[in-house]
Design a protein around this ligand. Structure first.
Ligand code: ZN
Length: 502
């Protein structure tokens, strides 16, 4: 086979793996949106079949040989061109998938399935002790997986690398060390200020109107309804089955008029990224988003930097007053803006506001690295959790259900994932600073409900590169530097000192 023929063959296989991924995503979307409870067992078997096919295809000897040949024909695999990059990423994906023996994969799937079931029950019963052996087992298996990728600086590195290619534990530690004291200081200043009233939000807002509003705002942001749709799901998410079909979900809460809207703006941010990936790289090794943190930077940018800004409130508030006159008729724009930005240290990560969110992540990162290093045991977790929550946020959970048992991640084997949420927050502020420096007219345009310049900038600088660059290289290319906590801290301090008047 000539090089050109090998490349064609590689792309054929890569496209098939990508399509199997889309089929898997479609099965999952249906499970969370439409499927009756009775479908669970069959759906599990269907999903396992597709996952097995995808695994076999992505670890086949044929694929390995093709990649090996093509890689050896390239003078410099690190060269900054599309072809070298495509082979490099294909090689990395293949190594990652093929290095773990099949029986270890099966062991892991069985362990996570048992752990997930145990977690659901332990959380409902507030019974950490029954989940503890599963947690120990999951971390042991993840540590064994990491060991297959030696050498590394830290056993957490290969796990983090699955979500943030190129990122090291030491990078995350340095970033969090810069962030932690300054966020604690900010929270202290907020706690000493007069609390803001947001009782006008904590009422029942009719769901039909909320849905109309979310649909309207997603469209204004640039979400393409010809290539998407909005449905209800217990835990909102975004999923993609290819460039022409990127779906979002939301959920409406009984006594909260803003939660669904913010979650829709968040998911719209994810979806705009997926809808903006480059057709040039479609279904190739470079066809995916750059990383989880880059993905989260997009959702956070639209949800927070846009959605919770004073400028956007000027546009949003009159629209909401028209839709909900009984709720908002006597509220002023300033009350609205301050109300939607109320800060309140709370126990639950997914409900955390902008000022407290990262603290929840740092706690989880410290626990994950501690368990992998062996400096912590699973049995230490409830105590560590509660004392750090007190130290970082000034609150202590009354039980483990609202503490160490709250997240699904560890029971699903997701170790190394949490930092991407916080990194996404930091990157969103870095992108925003850069964008507004280049286009100072953007904030004023937001007051008019005009967002196209934002989307155009993100398309040009982030979306259209798909995974042409590793996340750290992409951030450097855009901002000229590494992932940096300073822009986010500047943003938080400027925003909350004005809102809380300190
Ligand atoms: Zn997200």
């Amino acid at each position: 086979m000539s090089s050109a023929e090998k490349l064609t063959k590689l792309r054929e296989i890569t496209a098939e793996i990508s399509r199997l991924g889309s089929i898997q995503a479609l099965l999952e979307w249906d499970q969370q949106v439409n499927m009756p409870h009775g479908g669970a067992e069959d759906r599990g078997n269907q999903a396992a079949l597709i996952a097995g096919l995808a695994f076999d295809k992505s670890t086949s000897d044929e694929l390995g040989a093709l990649i090996q040949d093509l890689a050896s024909e390239i003078p410099d695999l690190d060269a900054d061109d599309d072809f070298a990059r495509e082979i490099k990423v294909a090689k990395r994906n293949y190594d990652r998938n093929a290095r773990i023996p099949r029986e270890k994969i099966i062991e892991f799937v069985l362990a996570t399935s048992a752990a997930h079931e145990a977690w659901v029950k332990a959380r409902a019963d507030n019974d950490f002790a029954s989940f503890e052996p599963h947690l120990t087992h999951i971390f042991e298996l993840r540590r064994q997986q990491a060991e297959l990728f030696q050498p590394y600086e830290h056993p957490y590195d290969p796990l983090l690398d699955e979500y943030e290619p190129g990122m090291k534990t030491s990078d995350v530690r340095a970033i969090f060390a810069a962030l932690r004291p300054r966020q604690v200081e900010l929270l202290r200043a907020i706690a000493e200020s007069e609390q803001i009233d947001n009782s006008f939000i904590k009422q029942h807002y009719p769901f039909d109107e909320q849905r109309k509003l979310g649909t309207f705002i997603a469209g204004r942001f640039g979400y393409d309804w010809e290539r998407g749709r909005l449905d209800l799901a217990a835990h909102p998410f975004t999923t993609s089955f290819g460039a022409g079909d990127v779906r979002i979900t939301t959920r409406f809460l009984d006594r909260d008029g803003m939660s669904a809207l913010f979650s829709t703006m968040h998911e719209t941010g994810h979806a705009l990224y997926e809808q903006g990936l480059s057709p040039k790289y479609y279904e190739t090794s470079l066809g995916q988003p750059a990383s989880y943190a880059i993905h989260e930077s997009q959702s956070r940018l639209w949800e927070n930097l846009v959605g919770r800004s004073r400028e956007f409130s000027r546009f949003l508030f009159p629209v909401m007053q028209m839709l909900f006159p009984q709720h908002l008729g006597n509220v002023t724009l300033d009350q609205f803006y301050r109300g939607i930005n109320r800060v309140e240290p709370s126990l639950i990560r997914v409900e955390a506001d902008e000022a407290t969110y990262n603290m929840h992540i740092m706690l989880r990162f410290e626990i994950e690295t501690g368990l992998l290093e062996g400096s912590l045991k699973a049995s230490d977790l409830p105590e560590i959790w509660n004392s750090r929550m007190q130290e970082y946020l000034g609150v202590t959970p009354a039980d483990d259900t609202n503490g160490v048992l709250q997240d699904v991640h560890w029971s699903s084997g997701l170790v190394g994932y949490f930092p991407t949420y916080a990194l996404g927050n930091l990157i969103s502020a870095q992108l925003w600073e850069k964008m507004v420096a280049e286009h100072p007219e953007i904030p004023a345009a937001m007051t008019e409900g005009e967002f196209s310049q934002i989307l155009v900038w993100l398309r040009e600088n982030v979306h259209s590169f798909s995974s042409r660059y590793d996340p750290l290289d992409l951030v450097r290319k855009i901002t000229g530097g590494p992932i940096d906590a300073e822009p986010y801290l500047r943003y938080l301090n400027a925003k909350y000192s004005e809102i809380y008047r300190f």
